[in-house]
Design a protein around this ligand. Structure first.
Ligand SMILES: NC(=O)c1ccc[n+]([C@@H]2O[C@H](COP(=O)([O-])OP(=O)(O)OC[C@H]3O[C@@H](n4cnc5c(N)ncnc54)[C@H](O)[C@@H]3O)[C@@H](O)[C@H]2O)c1
Length: 446
């Protein structure tokens, strides 16, 4: 495989770093919400669902001195959740990062409950139950009946329609998305999701809370997967197609790490578990559109028991007790056989093509988000990517990167991919316009 990823000069790296700082500051500004709009007072918080996310959210609150009630309908799940919180703090204490007294104080501020009625005193409720619209709607109906007037009702959904959740309440103005990332007490990104009727002071309060938690809060409108996961879908899809077309997982990952990612996408899959979202994806397969290329390699790997690190094999193999991905002839033979089965003649794929397909897929989607007003500004997309998705900061974020390469050049490649691969590469009209006018994403006015 050819290595053709250009190295950046120091000046280019410095400019990208300055852009990331600029993007961080800009994200706090919302054109129709004055910076001095009074926020709602948040003294007591209730978090519903004591799973992976709920516990981490409660910790993020405790870390800034906000008491919370962590509520789970299942007493065993509540115990497990509180246990995880305790273990996380204990690990910080043992590593000398937190004083025992601080741990005690924070643990004290998180009270467990199995009664949703305990939301009644909360100024802010953050729902983090399973990703199921019907379940979330039933919780919001209850919140509508129990929560005090003016309480902010937030959902941590990863991509459900927040309007459909707000719509079951009599107070949609108080409903907002608060998309934390996992682990919530560590990850620095918070997507604040503005639904149709969300009140400006609710948004201002959430943006401010995110900042106080030491996170970068970025506003998104409702869209499947919001800003971050919408782009991520394009990134992973192309990585998987590349593997079907002729690259091997370690080649894709090598190109991505050379570009600056700490880990390639296949190593990330193996870390997260190839079975994550498995059932949802399987269910989608039955009704998926048939007019576009699809990829189900990850489901096939999961069905073969290749779950990733936790099963010792996924896109790579892992020696006992090791987290180091090793090439696995077995999975490579499987991938080659799958290409043959699909009638694809495998070919050598350059690192240049790997980066273009993975990054330009995100750029094109980002342009579509901007055009629809899902993301306010290109730099918001960049900061989401650098903060929450491991996009190399020295590359500045996908939209900045595209501006640096030059939009006419980016568009020419996207058009070439469109001609070759079809549907997924339909160029975004905004990108076409900017490229035609000699513009840059950075020139777009908010
Ligand atoms: N895990 C992630 O990486 C991640 C990241 C961002 C957002 N999210 C979103 O956060 C939400 C929670 O995800 P998770 O991974 O923490 O799930 P999880 O399965 O770890 O936890 C969900 C918890 O909700 C509880 N629950 C279910 N029904 C309940 C009810 N009626 N009342 C009270 N509690 C109830 C369950 O007992 C469980 O403890 C989902 O909407 C998910 O899409 C997850």
């Amino acid at each position: 495989m050819t290595t053709d990823i250009p190295t950046l000069t120091n000046a280019e790296r410095e400019r990208a770093a300055a852009h990331v700082e600029f993007a961080r500051r800009e994200a706090a500004k919302i054109p129709d919400i004055p910076a001095d709009l009074p926020t709602r007072q948040v003294r007591r918080v209730a978090v519903i669902g004591a799973g992976t996310m709920g516990g981490g959210i409660a910790m993020s609150l405790a870390n800034i001195g906000l008491a919370s009630t962590l509520i789970d309908a299942d007493p065993a799940a509540l115990d497990r959740g509180l246990g995880r919180v305790r273990a996380n703090y204990a690990s910080s204490v043992s590593r000398g990062r937190l004083a025992q007294s601080a741990m005690d104080e924070r643990l004290e501020s998180i009270r467990g409950s199995v009664d949703i009625g305990d939301v009644k005193d909360a100024d802010l409720v953050i729902e983090a139950v399973f990703e199921d619209l019907g379940l979330k709607q039933s919780i919001f109906r209850q919140l509508d009946a129990i929560a005090k007037p003016g309480a902010i009702l937030a959902t941590n959904t990863s991509g459900l329609d927040v309007d459909a959740i707000a719509g079951v309440t009599q107070r949609p103005q108080d409903v907002v998305g608060a998309h934390f990332f996992s682990p919530a007490h560590v990850m620095k990104l918070l997507e604040v999701v503005r639904a149709d009727k969300t009140a400006p002071d609710v948004i201002a309060t959430l943006m401010d809370l995110g900042r106080r938690m030491g996170k970068v809060a970025v506003l998104s409108r409702i869209y499947p997967g919001f800003i971050g996961n919408a782009l991520f879908r394009n990134y992973t899809r192309e990585a998987h197609f590349l593997v079907e077309d002729g690259a091997l997982p370690h080649e894709v990952d090598a190109a991505l790490t050379r570009f600056g990612y700490a880990m390639g996408i296949f190593a990330v899959h193996d870390l997260a578990g190839n079975d994550v979202g498995h059932q949802t994806r399987k269910a989608q397969m039955a009704t998926r559109p048939t007019d576009r290329r699809w990829n189900d390699l990850i489901m096939k790997l999961a069905d073969l028991g290749r779950l990733g690190q936790k099963s010792g094999a996924g896109w790579y193999r892992y020696d006992e007790g090791s987290r180091t991905p090793q090439r696995d002839p077995e999975v490579e033979a499987f991938i080659i056989e799958e290409s043959r089965r699909m009638g694809i003649t495998r070919r050598e794929i350059s690192e240049d093509e790997i980066i273009k397909r993975c990054v330009y897929g995100m750029v094109n989607e980002g342009a579509k988000l901007l055009q629809q007003g899902i993301a306010l500004r290109p730099s918001d997309i960049d900061i989401v990517y650098v903060t929450g998705y491991g996009f190399p900061a020295h590359q500045g974020g996908p939209m900045y990167y595209a501006d640096r390469i030059g939009l006419p050049e980016v568009l020419a490649d996207i058009k070439r991919f469109h001609a070759e691969y079809g549907y997924w590469w339909e160029p975004a009209p905004l990108l076409e316009r900017l490229a035609r006018e000699g513009g840059r994403f950075a020139d777009l006015q908010v």
